[in-house]
Design a protein. Structure first.
Length: 498
């Protein structure tokens, strides 16, 4: 009942004219940017982060939430019409959505995706309302050893799940942890990796790191592989679904959140794994298995619902524990820090208006998303015809302006370019970007919690594993590390048995 009362108060905040305006602007901007190939929600939020500095925190985060959901929907539009996912969570939408579009059913595919996003987001946000206060209440009792263990789990999970190999994931994490070391030691005040520069004494701003790795790195990568001919979008009419389509999709829409939300809430969950799991589930349960690969509408509806629910799941970890499980959550955590707000167990007590206004705005944003994007789908399709050189030149311009706006220092632009080149190199050698961003944000916090835990135990490493919670987390970490070896042993035994 307390959660329901707080949510009603949150609607009072979210439904003010200015906050409604920011929600609508966020949804429109997020969808427009998400539609453009190669620009996902993380880059959209990172690019627009400096724009919100003049806003008060509640309005800014309501706008970010709109950008997040809008960009996820926009990414699926690109997948369906161009077979070019706008972001990683929309990869699965291309498997069935693009064949549907080529068969003249692009409108139905877009409608299934839009309603899937609405259904999944609605279910995920209801679960967020129900679970977040409970998780926050339990997290208050978590000590320094427990927090360090959870952060180690986040590091290991994010490097194990993403990328083509664990070595590359760990290399990316190491880059992020190194960038996070730049500045003054929080406990001793000594300079680290500043090369004698006073401007680096405060460290490298997380916004510059996020914009550099995502926007600059991606723009340089695309420029290096630029095709002279732009992909032609398939024209779409007004999205609508017939009775037979509804009968095939409603179960998929409801199953999606059951898969998406838990994976979004755990460290390194994100939307990539649950969308693939949802697709496999729908394929197994479908009565039209022969249509899969040729344009089965369930293969669009289920994964898109799972993706939207996972977005709500990521907010549980971020708001209650201060742990970002996706790139977007990492950038939003940077935004919280920019406003001097630290997400964690006490956030619901210290900033109730902001938190519940943000959660209520998710409901408002989803309604706006559905109302605006169903009729505007043909307009978004035309955006896909923007020539790539103009598109990425614009991205570089806005990224540079945003980075300069952070501190007003010319050195920030040099750092942005250097980090952009690092991002380009990471893409060149197959290193995932997310572990680096997680390392930059969580690295300093993990170091602080490690030092606190060792101080409490008088320097004894046993102090890191002296609670049941930390022992449980480390057991999960060991399973994650040992799983590939166990999987190989199981496969060999099966081969020998056969």
């Amino acid at each position: 009942m307390d959660s329901l009362t707080s949510l009603i108060d949150g609607f009072g905040t979210a439904l003010t004219p200015m906050n409604l305006l920011w929600a609508a602007v966020g949804v429109l901007l997020g969808t427009a940017i998400g539609v453009l190939p190669g620009i996902g929600p993380a880059m959209a939020v990172a690019l627009l982060l400096p724009v919100t500095y003049g806003l008060e925190p509640t309005g800014a985060f309501i706008m970010f939430a709109g950008i997040y959901y809008g960009a996820m929907f926009g990414g699926s539009t690109t997948s369906i019409l161009l077979n070019t996912p706008g972001e990683s969570a929309a990869v699965v939408a291309a498997i069935e959505g693009n064949p549907m579009a080529k068969a003249g059913r692009g409108a139905q595919a877009l409608a299934a995706a839009a309603i899937g996003h609405f259904t999944g987001g609605l279910a995920g946000t209801i679960l967020l309302v129900a679970l977040a206060p409970t998780v926050a209440a339990l997290a208050v009792d978590i000590g320094a050893p427990d927090y360090f263990a959870v952060m180690v789990l986040a590091f290991i999970a994010v490097t194990s799940v993403l990328g083509s190999s664990r070595i590359r994931g760990l290399a990316s994490l190491l880059i992020g942890l190194t960038l996070g070391l730049v500045g003054l030691d929080q406990m001793t005040g000594q300079q680290r990796l500043t090369f004698g520069s006073l401007q680096l004494a405060d460290g490298i701003d997380v916004v510059i790191v996020a914009v550099g790795l995502f926007a600059i790195g991606e723009a340089l990568w695309v420029a290096a592989h630029l095709r002279r001919t732009a992909g032609e979008a398939i024209p779409v009419g007004r999205p609508w679904l017939g009775g037979s389509d509804l009968r095939r999709t409603w179960k998929a829409w409801l199953r999606g959140p059951l898969i998406g939300f838990p994976f979004g809430a755990i460290p390194a969950g994100g939307a990539e794994i649950p969308t693939f799991l949802s697709y496999v589930t729908e394929k197994r349960l479908s009565k039209h298995k022969d249509e899969f690969g040729k344009g089965a509408i369930e293969g669009v509806a289920g994964p898109e619902s799972a993706a939207s629910a996972s977005a709500a799941g990521t907010l549980v970890s971020m708001l209650t524990l201060g742990l970002p499980t996706t790139a977007v959550a990492a950038v939003m955590l940077a935004a919280f820090q920019q406003y001097g707000i630290q997400p964690g167990p006490l956030l619901f007590e210290r900033e109730p208006d902001l938190v519940w206004g943000l959660i209520a705005s998710l409901f408002v944003g989803m309604v706006l998303l559905l109302a605006l994007n169903l009729p505007l789908a043909p307009v978004w399709a035309k955006l896909l015809r923007i020539p790539r050189p103009y598109l990425y030149a614009g991205i570089l311009f806005f990224a540079a302006v945003g980075a300069y706006a952070v501190g007003g220092e010319a050195l920030d632009l040099v750092i942005l370019l250097v980090i952009g080149l690092i991002g380009f190199g990471m893409r060149r050698y197959g290193l995932p970007v997310l572990p680096a961003v997680i390392g930059v944000i969580l690295g300093p916090a993990a170091e602080q919690q490690l030092r606190r835990a060792l101080q409490i135990s008088d320097g004894s490493p046993a102090g890191l594993v002296d609670t049941p919670f930390s022992l449980t987390v480390y057991a999960v970490v060991l399973v994650l590390l040992a799983w590939p070896l166990l999987r190989k042993l199981i496969a060999r035994r099966r081969t020998v048995t056969v």
